[in-house]
Design a protein around this ligand. Sequence first.
Ligand code: NAD
Length: 320
Amino acid sequence: MNGQVWSRALITGGAGFVGSHLCARLLDAGTAVVCLDNLATGSRANVADLEPRPGFRFVRGDATDPEALAGLPGRFDLILHFACPASPVDYLRLPLETLDVGSTGTRLALERAHADGARFVLASTSEVYGDPLEHPQREGYWGNVNPVGPRSVYDESKRFAEALVTAHRGARGTDTAIVRIFNTYGPRMRTGDGRAVPTFVTQALDGMPLTVAGDGGQTRSLCYVDDTVDGVLALAASAETGPVNIGGDDEITMLELARRIIELTGSASRVRHVGRPVDDPARRRPDTRLARERLGWRPRVGWSEGLERTVGWFSRSAAA
Ligand code: NAD
């Protein structure tokens, strides 16, 4: 972790998929961790292994509640603002909550960072690029987002959060950074959250057809969660403000992904083509030059190896 060890970190959304991996990694590095989560889309099971460890504390609370944030005792030197419903199924079910946590939640987390003199990192997303007209997407690209489309609650929440972080830095000198995370996958994704990897893996393990949207020619660049965590912490440890893209380089079509998962699970499942969601981006691949040059980061786990680990985790969870 670039030799940097924080003494005490607050992770909003720490009981979610990516947040729980961040909590574990920071604890391993000797940082005390407070995980603030309202369990809207996360689960206590994600941090169950961490709860007995000294230095870890789970607080059930809402990041949009001023008292929940301001009321946390002690001082933090790192705040990672990861609270936000992140899968399309979740943010479409929780549209107003998604906008609130990007706006009020981000403002409150920034205020706490400012008061504590903490380094602050916002979890932003490749979705700020919308259905991109530039490929691959570099940080200077402004995006192609429909502000009133069904995905706008997520995309615009994150775009507003980025604006807020930038304004806080300029107006108040808060030590901030923005990471734009691309599709991340790995253990502790939730079955039924609608994202391609957990959906396909669960369908394959259950012997059900793998539901590929449209003709399956749309691409994503997958990043294994350990690599994403490395990137987030490298950014936190640096003096960079971002935005910085963190994501996988291997672009893969959804049809290829489904076939690879069928192969890995040894399933007899077939592919079934279903309707494509509105405003579903056709292509998505990060330009990661900035992260490579400024943070010395690069993804290390190829999608084949990462998928094997993920399938292994889902198989063990299903058997447990
Ligand atoms: P997740 O849904 O598993 O985790 C989000 C966590 O935030 C959950 O534990 C949820 O309960 C919590 N939460 C939501 N609203 C809250 C609130 N108001 N107060 C407190 N807690 C709240 O999603 P994830 O995939 O782990 O994503 C984590 C972050 O990373 C999100 O901000 C997301 O936008 C960002 N991100 C993730 C990906 C990805 O591929 N996983 C890609 C881009 C960006």
